[in-house]
Design a protein around this ligand. Structure first.
Ligand code: WT7
Length: 653
């Protein structure tokens, strides 16, 4: 059981905001009927949502719930790629922009639904015919934010193979761990990607991941994106240029008629142990969840230009750049690079250039823009925006209000959307046409979802009291398990409160029944909206030859939300050198990825522990935040924290 602190603080902002009557009138949802429908007949409600998709064969039964295992739309047959492409090219949407892509260097590509359909068909044939990829196989994708990433994903699900997308910020070691975990024989990558004007050498990182030879990977497909300037070595027999393969590929590849419960993808995410978990999502339920929420939460219309700024390497990009918008036949904007390149107004120039109407981004980005000042957004015409969204961590009221006033020009509802890799789709969020919003609150569970906030014993808390967020009934886009680890699936999510899903988040609700998410209560840190396990960081630290023991904690950070501080003890063999702190920081970046590099590494002679040997991270958090030390009575040696506190204060001076 992870060490846990019950959340307490409620952000102090109690103003409420209403959508304009114009927004409400035009919105997909202008009254409470969706909630009523779902309350009366939850399964019937989900069937109605599933009916929005194209099924080759309709399901016989809506749900089989044998806790903690759910099957949705049993007997039904469908294909995600068919729903995102084929059904649109049979309509006027054939020539509608599906993806508007903007490169960091300024290049632009627009793929209509027809273009995307053709590329996906061809690449599906490459996978199937050239590489023999079949239903059930796992294909790893490690790519920059370019259309070929979406093409690769859609091609996999078209033939019933499961993709495992690895965010381009992860290291070679992380790639190796993941391809081994899911026994993936094929990697799709690119010669590189641009980030902040620099080339990220993705192919070389893949080479490094495979250099030990000790992996299941047999083939690597390389998209040429950088071209000259990328130093790519092709390994004879193993590596293949994407463009060459595409030249020879037949133009049509029938979408497989897949069972609703076919594994659609794996996405690795951090938990409370050192090893990331391969979260499994399946076909019918996942697509139902993302199609429904994309339409209603973002109030998606035919003429919208919708832009989610996440990276497709995270669940937000899977659900709300690729599958949700495309399934709805929307136009989705995809930007390759960083928000500050070549200047700090890049996002606003993109909004202006394409006339973006819906913008979905993260609190950490909003705080960064805020710190850069109002002149950057003010220099651009943002008047096309009509709806704003946020995701990834609790948004502080100050950032919410800035987003509302400066970006939304007080004219756009904000949807603060709570969800997780595991939930597949948004679960708690305002419906923008009808909800009044409160800065810092994600409002209420959407129709179809049943959440509750409980105390340690599973008893519902009263309004205003902090507790743990649980989900009381299965939902279509819920994770189906952790790849290869059913015990961990049960332990992590379902053992805490019998029959209920435990989110790992703390929350409160107020007199209006509005939910206020208060951050993780387990050993998970949220750095700039990226999820990291303290254990994962600790194992990366102790992997350094000089380190004996490590304890990582998250501390509040003005821009990133949380930042990592690692306390480490060194081996007594004298192997460590001066500057070892910097080496350890770098070592963590090499083991996991640069985004996991600790803000600070602090060497200590000892770590505070209980008599049973458990590290008391709570006390480390007190030290690192300069708070008065909490209860120290269970410490084995009280002198340890006093010494550490003194050392920390000296370092800070
Ligand atoms: C964790 C899930 C869901 C896509 C991005 C992150 C935190 C997410 C919110 C929000 C407060 C939020 C939670 C959650 N979180 N959205 N609107 N308000 N907290 O996905 O990496 O699976 O992380 O992000 O702590 O458990 P993820």
């Amino acid at each position: 059981m992870p060490e846990e602190t019950m959340p307490t603080a409620l952000p102090g902002e109690d103003r409420t905001f209403q959508p304009s009557s114009e927004f409400r009138e035009r919105s997909h949802v202008s009254d409470d009927s969706l909630y009523e429908l779902a309350n009366q007949d939850r399964l019937g409600f989900w069937e109605k949502q599933a009916e929005q998709l194209h099924w080759f064969k309709k399901w016989d039964r809506v749900l089989e719930w044998d806790a903690p295992y759910a099957k949705w739309f049993i007997g039904g047959k469908l294909n995600i790629s068919y729903n995102c492409l084929d059904r649109h090219i049979q309509t006027w949407r054939r020539n509608k922009a599906a993806i508007i892509w903007e490169g960091e260097l300024g290049g632009q590509r627009v793929l209509t639904y027809w273009d995307l359909y053709r590329e996906v068909n061809k690449f599906a044939n490459v996978l199937k015919e050239r590489f023999g990829v079949k239903q059930g196989d796992r294909v790893t994708i490690y790519m920059p934010m370019i259309p070929e990433l979406a093409i690769a994903m859609l091609a996999c699900v078209r033939i019933g193979a499961a993709h495992s997308v690895i965010f381009g910020g992860f290291s070679a070691d992380s790639i190796r761990d993941r391809v081994r975990d899911c026994d993936s024989k094929l990697i799709i990558t690119a010669d590189g990607g641009y980030r902040n004007g620099q080339i990220i050498p993705l192919k070389s990182i893949v080479d490094k991941a495979l250099s030990s030879g000790n992996t299941p990977v047999e083939d690597v497909i390389v998209v040429r994106h950088i071209g000259e300037g990328a130093q790519v070595q092709l390994h004879e027999g193993r590596d293949h240029w994407y463009q060459q393969l595409m030249d020879d590929a037949p133009a049509r590849c029938q979408a497989e008629e897949l069972d609703s419960e076919t594994l659609a993808f794996l996405l690795y995410t951090s938990g409370t142990t050192g090893k990331p978990k391969g979260i499994m999502h399946t076909t019918g339920g996942y697509l139902t969840g993302v199609t429904y929420t994309s339409k209603y939460v973002f109030d998606l219309k035919e003429d919208d230009v919708y832009w989610c700024t996440a990276d497709i390497g995270w669940i937000t990009g899977h659900s709300y750049i690729v599958y949700g918008p495309l399934s709805n036949g929307a136009t989705t904007v995809m930007y390759e690079g960083s928000p500050g390149y070549p200047d700090k107004d890049r996002f606003w120039s993109i909004v202006e250039k394409y006339g973006v109407t819906i913008l979905y981004t993260a609190p950490t980005a909003i705080r960064t823009f805020m710190s850069w000042g109002d002149d950057y957004p003010k220099g651009h015409d943002l008047s096309t925006l009509r709806l704003l969204g946020t995701v990834g961590e609790p948004i502080n009221p100050k950032a919410w209000l800035w987003y509302h006033n400066v970006i939304g020009q007080a004219n756009c509802p904000i949807v603060d959307t709570w969800w997780q890799t595991e939930t597949g789709c948004i679960m708690i969020s305002p419906l923008p046409g009808i909800a009044h919003t409160r800065p810092g609150s994600a409002s209420r569970p959407l129709p179809g979802f049943e959440a509750e906030i409980v105390d340690q014993h599973g008893k519902p808390v009263e309004s205003g009291t902090g507790g743990l967020l649980i989900i009381k009934s299965p939902w279509p886009s819920m994770l189906r398990g952790i790849y290869g680890d059913p015990d961990r699936y049960r332990d992590t999510y379902w053992s805490r409160f019998e029959g209920f899903y435990f989110t790992g988040d703390g929350a409160k609700f107020d007199e209006d029944g509005y939910y206020w998410l208060l951050g993780r209560v387990d050993d998970v840190i949220n750095v700039s909206g990226h999820r990291l396990g303290t254990m994962e960081i600790e194992s990366a630290c102790v992997d350094h030859p000089s380190v004996a023991e490590a304890a990582a904690i998250g501390i509040d950070h003005e821009i990133k939300g949380q930042a990592i501080v690692a306390f480490v003890t060194l081996k007594l063999d004298g192997s460590s050198s001066r500057g070892v702190e910097e080496e350890i920081r770098q070592h963590v970046a090499t083991r996991i990825g640069a985004f996991a590099r600790p803000e600070q590494v602090i060497i200590t002679a000892e770590l505070p522990k209980t008599r049973s040997g458990k590290i008391m991270r709570r006390l480390l958090r007190d030290i690192a935040t300069g708070r008065a030390l909490g209860d120290t009575t269970t410490l084995a040696d009280a002198a340890v924290v006093q010494k550490l506190k003194k050392k920390y204060e000296q370092l800070a001076e």
